[in-house]
Every structure is written in C-alpha cells, then in structure tokens.
Design a protein around this ligand. Structure first.
Ligand SMILES: C[S@@+](CC[C@H](N)C(=O)[O-])C[C@H]1O[C@@H](n2cnc3c(N)ncnc32)[C@H](O)[C@@H]1O
Length: 438
C-alpha cells in the first residue's frame, strides 16, 4: 500500500475551479458498523408485518393503518468513535444518520458516487473509505465555505490514509447547485450521464458551519445580518423579503414555508416595522417575534416561532422547495440500473416533497394513507419478486414500495436512533428516504 495523490487538477472556467484528486485509492474501513448482535436482533424483530422469506414487507392494505409513520433506526451507534470523530468543538459538522447512509450503499458496487450536498464531506469521506472499488467521485455544494472545507477534508483523508496504487479514484468537486446535476455529470464524463451513477446522496438543509457562523444570519440565537443565502453570490437576502416584498407575499412565505399559525399578525408587524426603518439584523427580527408571541408560552414559545420564521425565510431566500422536486427527478434519472438515491430531509415540507416525488417517479400513487396501486399489476408482481430477492438480505430495509421504475426501499423514513439524537440534537428532525432504480 502506498500513498499516492497524483494529478491534482484545477479547471479554469467561469465558475470557481472544480477540485480533483486523481488516482487515489482508499482502504475500505469505517467507524460505524452494525454489530452481529444488532443484526440478529433486527432479524428476530421482523415481526408480523414481514414476509416469511425475508425481512421485507410489501405494502398490505389491512396493516397500513397500524404502522407508524417512521422507523427509528435500530443501528448501534459507536459512541466512542462518534465522540472521537466529532466530540470536539473544532468539528465542523456532524454527519447525520451516517451509519444508516453507509448501510444503504453497502450492497451496491459503487464505482461512481455523487454527493449533491458536500457540507464538510463527512458522509462522503466515510462512503469513499467504505468503497475501495470507487473510481469516480463527484461532490457539489452551493456554499463556497462548505466547498473549500470539503476539499480540504477529502484531501486530508486521502493524505492520512494509505492507498493501493492498483486502482484509481478520480475526485471532482464543484461549487454548484444540485439543480444542475446533469450538466455537472456531463462535464465530468459523458458515460456518467449515459451509464448513470451507482449512488447519490442529498443531505438537505444547513450545515453546522452555516448555522454557527453568525455572519450568515441563519441562527436564531446569534445576532447577525438578515442574510441567509447559502450561495453568497445570490442576490436575494432575507432582509429584502422582510423590508420590501408585498405584504401578502411576506404572509405567504410565513404561512407556506414556516407553517406558522401566527403568520397574519407577524406579517403585519413586519410591514409596520418598515415605517421605522425596517429590520436589519437577526436580533431585530427576534425582538419582533418575542413581542408578538404570547408571554404565557415563555422562551420555548418564541424560540419555536422564531425557528419557523427563520426556516420560512431561508427556504424563500434559497428557493429550496421549488428546485427540490426537479433535482430529485434529475438525480434519479442520473442513476445507473440498480443504483440508489438517498435523501435526508430536516422538516416536514421537504420530507413531503421527497416522499411524493419518489412515489411519482415510481409511477405509483398513495391511497388511504399508504396503499400503493399500480396499473400494470401482473407485470409488477413479477418485477417485485426479482427486486425483493435483491434487497431481502439487508436488515435495514423494512418495508418497500414497488413501482414500475424501481423500488422505494423506505416505505417509512428512517429516523435517528435515540443515542444519535442525544449525542447530536441537531439530528432530531432528520428523515432518510431511499429509492432504487429498476
Ligand atoms: C446538511 S449539509 C451537508 C453535510 C454533509 N452531508 C456532511 O456530512 O458534511 C447541507 C449542505 O448542502 C448545501 N446545499 C443546500 N442546498 C444546496 C443546493 N441546492 N445545491 C448544492 N448544495 C446545497 C449547503 O450549503 C450545505 O453545505
């Protein structure tokens, strides 16, 4: 084994240069693993809903009313490794549901992998390490600070680890929005577009690096400018919405993107604040929210409202929901046959879009809270047999939904284990959904 980092390439183009490592090989080890005891426990717990021959259950109408809306992860989290890797204050971002994401791709031969949301490259680093067969890695982020951080993280794991020179991994990173995923893949290699990528990850939302930096304006608890742009070159800031958008548009943002019941009163107060110079810092906005939240609800009351208002503004500033459905479709189209797309969402609006887009892509529809019907019943039953055969050995898969174009491997989203929630409270609202292309 030798350490090899060859041909570090930077392209010159209108966008900042993509970052590439060529001819790299990483060892296939990672710190989160499902212990044998947990796996066997998971199998024993297959329970009533599961088919005899596997731990997979295909949707059954009569049982649907009894099932919960999510599956809490049963995966054992290695607390010692977790604290070693992310327990100090210098940790930029703690990757959420890391062991679960690794499980998703364990059975897939990942010759190519795309991370749509690099962040600090926590997921990517672990996935690269777990898949020494990987030949092409592509990562994107709209945020230049995240992009830079991810580049140095990828470089450091490559420098730190040993590599087998026999095989080559080409690493490409781009400062790009994931809505441009197809053009990015086309730029990397034509055959990535035609043959498809074996695995894709979208870890939506903000990174801790973004929230912790008061200057970005994402944090309810730290004073900063009302900015909230993930891409600092974008023109729209939160303060533009608050200080100059029409009243009913401000109301719509709070109502639709924040699901804030008090939107009408907040909308009026925000517009009234314009008479006194407007809102210019996150403290200005928090003060306004505190003053309009019932005192009887105390600190928790205004913090919850402020969290919803900040979420609403962030979604509007970054146009997060409008592009999500199209981006998920583009990612699915970019998968190879048998390839998997994993999406982690952090609030119900996002999760609803992920869930519905998966169903639409599969060409099946959800009825009565979960029953899936298909036009080509017979053909699908055959297809289902084949697909279930391929996934039945995977303990993490509980219920699947079969469609014409592939399989939804998470009928219910996977949420973090209690231990992960305790160690990383920011993981609390995470939901993981996975789809596999036929
Ligand atoms: C939760 S973090 C990802 C963390 C990463 N998985 C890790 O383990 O470090 C989400 C990242 O996605 C980026 N992002 C959000 N929307 C994006 C978009 N439309 N295109 C590309 N990147 C996006 C954010 O800038 C942020 O860095």
């Amino acid at each position: 084994m030798a350490r090899v980092v060859r041909n570090l390439l930077f392209r010159s183009s209108a966008v900042p240069p993509p970052f590439k490592f060529h001819d790299l090989r990483l060892p296939g080890s990672f710190s989160f693993s499902t212990s044998a005891s947990i796996r066997s426990k998971a199998r024993k717990n297959k329970g009533k809903n599961l088919e005899k021959s596997s731990n997979i259950s295909v949707i059954n109408q009569s049982k649907l009313s009894q099932v919960k809306r999510r599956t809490r992860s049963e995966k054992e989290l290695d607390e010692e490794a977790f604290l070693k890797n992310y327990g100090n204050e210098n940790s930029a971002h703690v990757p959420v549901l890391l062991g679960e994401v690794l499980d998703v791709f364990t059975s897939v031969t990942l010759r190519s992998f795309l991370d749509c949301t690099l962040g600090a490259a926590g997921h990517s680093s672990a996935i690269i390490r777990a898949h020494p067969e990987m030949q092409v890695y592509v990562g994107l982020d709209v945020d230049p600070i995240a992009h830079e951080k991810a580049q140095s993280q990828l470089k450091s794991i490559i420098d730190r680890d040993s590599f087998d020179t026999a095989s080559a991994l080409k690493v490409h990173t781009f400062l790009k929005n994931f809505k441009d995923v197809k053009s990015v893949l086309g730029e990397v290699a034509d055959d990535l577009l035609t043959g498809g990528v074996n695995g894709i990850l979208m870890d939506l939302g903000m990174s801790s690096m973004q929230v912790n930096d008061a200057g970005r304006g994402f944090s309810v608890l730290k004073n900063g400018p009302l900015d909230m742009r993930m891409n600092p070159k974008a023109t729209l800031k939160a303060e533009d919405i608050l200080n100059s958008w029409p009243t009913d548009e401000v109301g719509r943002v709070l109502r639709e993107y924040g699901e804030e019941s008090n939107w009408y009163s907040l909308q009026n107060r925000i517009v009234k604040a314009r008479l006194h110079g407007g809102l210019h810092s996150t403290n200005d906005l928090v003060d306004l929210i505190q003053n309009s939240t019932s005192r009887t609800k105390g600190r928790q009351g205004w913090i919850k409202t402020a969290t919803r208002v900040f979420q609403a503004l962030r979604i509007a500033v970054n146009d997060e929901l409008k592009t999500l459905e199209d981006s998920i479709r583009a990612c699915f189209e970019s998968l190879s046959s048998g390839g998997r797309l994993a999406v982690i969402s952090f609030h119900s609006l996002e999760d609803r879009i992920v869930k519905q887009t998966f169903l639409d892509i599969m060409n099946c529809s959800e009825v009565d809270g979960g029953v899936v019907e298909d036009e080509e019943g017979k053909r699908l039953r055959e297809l289902r047999k084949i697909n279930l055969e391929t996934v039945k050995e995977e303990a993490w898969i509980k219920q699947v939904i079969q469609g014409q174009n592939g399989t939804i491997l998470t009928k219910r989203p996977i949420t973090p284990s209690e231990k992960e929630e305790t160690l990383n409270p920011r993981s609390r609202s995470a939901k993981l959904r996975v789809i596999q292309k036929a």
